[in-house]
Design a protein around this ligand. Structure first.
Ligand SMILES: O=P(O)(O)OC[C@H]1O[C@](O)(CO)[C@@H](O)[C@@H]1O
Length: 428
């Protein structure tokens, strides 16, 4: 279960301001439902959930099971929506240290030559028992032409084809559009396995397609539970969208009131990548034509010691979105020390989770007093089902909120500008 608490954000609005936002939110939801807004041809992420494809879930699960048995390393080669969702779920649900199954390594999300060189060296290093590593790669690119991903994949593919001349087709899996783009040409040429990204699902809305589901399954996470968690949220919000509409109303009205930055934060470090996924989802969707709040990620309490001063006392243009977890698995309890030299005996008998929750409660109270409207999104537990619910909640939230600002949620014309400047400089 996920609970949304907007009370400490709504408190910054008058009734009229909230009602104005609420009216916009209701109209925007109708635009999503009727599919008559700009970009409506990109609403396929809703169809995935209204009509689940169990066969593809099963196919992904069995391929992932085979890979988990064979692979020492699984490379996820993609950028933006082609890797952030997978990374968000994998980081949230994996152990911090010593995970079972293949080591998941990300590539194709930047162009650091040093990174790629060190990665290739690492792949080539034998294992502790002297045997060579077994490497698999899932290259993910909807367009099939994104430079960061294509370039990294060229190096990885070349290393893998030298290393595994007889099993390359089993080891490389391409996730791309049904047709077009360079990846499809490579699939045709080399016979790599392929999964299709539906045409009507954009990159940042694609985590519940093979884009996210294959890497997540290879990490040993139950993709059925993740997917059906999203389905349950879809059904719940179709039935009763009031909580979502109130949330959109608040954010809409705060934006009209001059809040221009949304700090997405959590006290759980394993949720930092979830913040990264949300940052792209919101940022690429709302940030256009001079509109939108800038979404940025902070991990507390770490970043309270770098950003805390600004959050408490800096320019009052910020709002905050706290992603909290009601119950975590950690069991560590603070002991009573004989000598209380470190002065921590006042915490004796408390679980670290309780102390962390205390830090959250203290922080939100202080920030609200300091003038920061704050929303809390509370996950009952950190598991695949609740993350699935979270994913759909924010996909729908993003679409409705953007339409409430009269922004097309589904394009990203601004990203093309850096590409064309870069291509020109590089002589494409
Ligand atoms: O899957 P692709 O086509 O490589 O795109 C990756 C990412 O790049 C962007 O298109 C921006 O350039 C994102 O919207 C997308 O998630």
């Amino acid at each position: 279960m996920i609970e949304l608490d907007i009370s400490r954000a709504k408190a910054f609005l008058s009734n009229a301001e909230f009602d104005g936002g609420r009216k916009k939110a209701s109209e925007a939801l109708k635009t999503v439902e009727k599919r008559d807004g700009e970009g409506a041809e990109w609403l396929g992420w809703r169809d995935l959930l209204s009509d689940p494809n169990d066969a593809i879930l099963e196919q992904l699960h069995s391929l992932a099971t085979a890979i988990r048995e064979e692979a020492d390393i699984f490379i996820v080669c993609g950028i933006g929506g082609s890797y952030l969702g997978a990374r968000a779920v994998i980081d949230a649900l994996s152990s911090f240290f010593g995970n079972k199954g293949p080591e998941i390594i990300y590539a194709g999300h930047h162009m650091s030559g040093q990174y790629l060189e060190e990665l290739l060296e690492y792949l080539a290093e034998p294992k502790a028992d002297g045997k060579p590593k077994s490497v698999y790669c899932n290259v993910i690119s909807k367009s099939g032409t994104t430079l960061e991903t294509a370039l990294s994949f060229r190096f990885i593919r070349s290393w893998m084809s030298d290393q595994y001349p007889d099993s390359l087709q089993d080891r490389i899996i391409c996730t791309t559009s049904a047709e077009g783009g360079a990846l499809n040409k490579l699939v045709d040429e080399y016979g790599f396995q392929k999964f299709v990204i539906p045409d009507n699902v954009g990159g940042r809305f694609s985590v519940l397609t093979p884009v996210g589901l294959l890497p997540i399954a290879v990490a040993g996470i139950d993709i059925r539970s993740l997917f059906y968690g999203a389905v349950s949220k879809f059904e719940e919000l179709e039935e009763d969208p009031q909580s979502l509409l109130n949330y959109v109303a608040v954010k809409h009205a705060l934006y009209q009131k001059g809040k221009t930055v949304d700090v997405l934060t959590s006290f759980e470090p394993q949720l930092e990548s979830l913040g990264g996924w949300l940052q792209q989802l919101l940022g690429e969707s709302e940030g256009k034509d001079g509109n939108g709040m800038f979404p940025t990620v902070a991990t507390y309490s770490t970043d309270l010691h770098s950003l805390g001063q600004f959050m408490q006392d800096g320019a009052r243009t910020v709002m905050e979105t706290f992603i909290t977890v009601e119950e975590t698995t950690g069991t560590l309890i603070v002991d009573e020390a004989d000598q209380n030299n470190d002065g921590l005996n006042y915490l004796a008998g408390m679980r670290l989770h309780e102390i962390n929750r205390g830090a959250f409660e203290g922080t939100i109270q202080a920030h609200v007093k300091g003038g920061v409207p704050s929303v809390v999104v509370n996950l009952e537990k950190l598991n695949a089902q609740h993350l699935g619910e979270f994913i759909y909640l924010y996909e729908l939230f993003t679409a409705v909120y953007c339409y409430s600002l009269d922004v097309n949620p589904f394009n990203q014309p601004g990203v093309e500008d850096y590409k064309s400047e870069m291509y020109q400089l590089l002589g494409k």
